[in-house]
Write a protein that binds this ligand. Structure first.
Ligand code: UDX
Length: 455
C-alpha cells in the first residue's frame, strides 16, 4: 500500500521505517529540511537501537520530503505523528496537529484515504481533526467532501530504546474508527504484522513463542482512551512499587524481593514494578496530566492517577533527603550523578529525574559532577546552566566525591570497576537510585550502600 507519514519524530519515523520494512511504499514528510536531508542520506536524527540498520533495509521503499504535495495525494493511508507537547495547564498543545491536518486536507485527492492520528491526543481530538480536514479540503477543492477520507486512531505503545522491537513485535495493535471501511484498510496495512509472516531482520529476531498479534478494533473515542489508560496504568504500577518501597524500607523488607513476589502473580505481572527514583520521559508525565485535565473538563476527579504523580515527584526529593540524612550537610559536598537520560538506551532528557535531582542538589550548594554515556551532549545544549558540571570521564564522578548516585541504569555503569572507583572517593557512599546494583558485592568492596526506599 502507499503510505504517507507526517512528522519524523520518534513515533513517525519508527512507523514509517517499519511500514516500509514490511513492504509498503512510504513517504515521510517533515518541514525540517535538515532532518529530511539527514534521513535521505540514510542517517537517523534520533538515537534508537537498530534504526540505522532498518533505514538501510527499507531504503528502496522509503522517501523523505518537506513537500506534502509529493506525499499525500497518492497515499492510501496518511499517518499524522506530530508532537503534542504539554501546555502549562496539563492539556496538550495541538497547534502542530492542526497545521498538519490543514496541510493534509489541502492535498488529499479523490481516492479514499484513511487519515490516522498517531499523536497522543485528548479524547475527542480525532473528531476535531476530521473537521479541520474537511474545512481544509472544502476550501481547496471548492466543493463539499464526499467520503474521500475518514479519520482513524491508531495509538502507539512503543518505548524509546525499544521502539523498533515494540513496533515489529507488539502485544496488540489498536485501531479505532467509526467507519468500517477504514478498519478494513488498516487491517490490510497491518496484515503481515498481525500474522507475523514477514521475514524478521537478522539483528532483531522474532521473540520466541510470539504468535499472531491481536488487533483491537474500536470506536474512535475508545482507541484514544486506551492510549491514555495504558500509560497511566503503567505509571501507577511504578508509583505503587515505589510507595510500597518506602514502607519496605521502614519495616526492613527488601522491595526487590517484594515486587518479585507480587509480580509472579499473573494477575499483576512482573513488569513496570522496578522501584527507584521513578518515571520520566515524554509520555507518562504528559499523559497522566492530560488524563487528569480531561477528567476535570467532565467534572471527574482522578485521585488514583493524581496520586501516581505525587508519589513520582516524591521519589526525586527522596534522593536529596537520603543524602542529607547520610552526609548531614550538602553544602560543599561533592556529589556525582551517573546517568542523565530518563532511562538507558536513549539520549532523551525530557522530564528526566536527573534534571530535578541535579538542580535540587546544586540549590543546596553541593558540588555536582554529571555523567552520561550518550545524553551528555544533548544535556549541554538543553541545560546550559548546569553544563559546567558535566564530565566525559566516569572516574571524575567518583574522584574525591562524598557520594555517587546511580540515576540511570546504563549497562556500562553496572560493569564498572567498582572496587577501584571506591578507592577514589572521599567517602564511598553509593545511592542506588534504580535498585539495580549488587548491594552485597558493593558492601564487600567497602561502599556504604543506600537506596530510595526498600533497604
Ligand atoms: C512509555 C510506554 O512504555 C510506552 O508504551 C508509551 O508509548 C510511551 O511511554 P517510554 O517513555 O519510552 O515508554 O519509556 P518506558 O520504558 O516505559 O519507561 C518510562 C519511565 O519509567 C523511565 O523513566 C523508566 O526508568 C521508568 N520505569 C520503568 C521505572 O521506574 N520502573 C519500571 O519498572 C519501568
Amino acid at each position: 500500500m502507499r503510505v504517507c507519514v507526517v512528522g519524523t519524530g520518534y513515533v513517525g519515523l519508527t512507523t514509517g521505517v517499519s511500514l516500509a520494512f514490511l513492504g509498503h511504499d512510504v513517504t515521510c514528510v517533515d518541514l525540517d529540511r535538515a532532518k529530511v536531508d539527514l534521513l535521505s542520506g540514510g542517517r537517523s536524527p534520533i538515537y534508537e537501537p537498530h534504526m540505522d540498520a532498518l533505514l538501510a533495509d527499507a531504503a528502496d521503499r522509503l522517501t523523505f520530503t518537506t513537500d506534502y504535495a509529493e506525499a499525500v495525494p497518492d497515499a492510501d493511508v496518511v499517518f499524522i505523528a506530530v508532537q503534542t507537547p504539554s501546555l502549562p495547564d496539563g492539556n496538550p498543545d495541538l497547534r502542530y496537529l492542526r497545521s498538519a491536518a490543514e496541510s493534509v486536507g489541502r492535498h488529499i485527492s479523490g481516492e479514499f484515504t484513511v487519515v490516522v492520528n498517531k499523536s497522543t491526543v485528548p479524547i475527542g481530538s480525532s473528531n476535531w481533526v476530521d473537521s479541520i480536514l474537511r474545512e481544509s479540503f472544502e476550501r481547496t477543492h471548492e466543493r463539499r467532501s464526499d467520503g474521500e477520507f475518514s479519520v482513524a486512531s491508531n495509538p502507539e505503545f512503543l518505548r524509546q530504546g525499544a521502539a523498533i522491537q515494540d513496533t515489529l513485535y507488539p502485544d496488540r495493535v489498536v485501531v479505532g474508527s467509526d467507519n468500517p471501511r477504514s478498519l478494513d484498510v488498516l487491517n490490510r496495512l497491518y496484515r503481515t504484522l498481525l500474522n507475523q509472516t514477514f521475514t524478521p531482520p537478522t539483528y532483531l529476531p522474532r521473540p520466541a513463542g510470539l504468535g499472531a498479534v491481536p488487533m483491537v478494533s474500536t470506536d474512535l473515542a475508545s482507541a484514544e482512551l486506551i492510549k491514555y489508560a495504558a500509560n497511566a496504568f503503567l505509571a501507577l504500577k511504578i508509583s505503587f512499587a515505589n510507595e510500597i518501597g518506602q514502607l519496605a524500607g521502614r519495616v526492613g523488607a527488601d522491595i526487590s524481593q517484594v515486587t518479585r513476589g507480587i509480580g509472579l502473580d499473573t494477575r499483576i505481572g512482573p513488569r513496570f514494578l522496578q522501584p527507584g527514583i521513578g518515571w520520566g520521559g515524554s509520555c507518562f508525565g504528559k499523559d497522566t496530566a492530560a488524563l487528569i485535565a480531561t477528567g476535570a473538563e467532565y467534572h471527574h476527579e482522578m485521585p488514583i492517577v493524581t496520586a501516581a504523580r505525587t508519589v513520582n515527584q516524591l521519589q526525586r526529593r527522596l534522593v536529596v533527603d537520603r543524602l542529607l540524612e547520610e552526609l548531614r550537610i550538602l553544602k560543599g559536598r561533592r556529589i556525582g550523578l551517573l546517568g542523565l537520560a530518563f532511562k538507558p538506551d536513549t539520549d532523551d532528557l525530557r522530564d528526566a529525574p536527573a534534571l530535578d535531582i541535579a538542580r535540587m542538589l546544586a540549590e543546596r550548594g553541593a558540588r555536582i559532577r554529571l555523567h552520561d554515556p550518550v545524553a551528555a551532549e544533548r544535556f549541554r545544549l538543553e541545560q546550559p546552566e548546569l553544563a559546567e558540571h558535566l564530565t566525559g570521564d566516569v572516574e571524575d564522578v567518583f574522584d574525591d566525591s562524598d557520594a555517587v548516585v546511580l540515576v540511570t541504569e546504563w549497562k556500562q555503569y553496572l560493569d564498572l570497576d567498582w572496587g577501584k572507583l571506591a578507592s577514589l572517593m572521599r567517602t564511598p557512599v553509593i545511592l542506588d537510585g534504580r535498585h539495580t546494583l549488587d548491594r552485597d558485592r558493593l558492601t564487600k568492596l567497602g561502599y556504604r550502600y543506600l537506596s530510595v526506599g526498600g533497604r
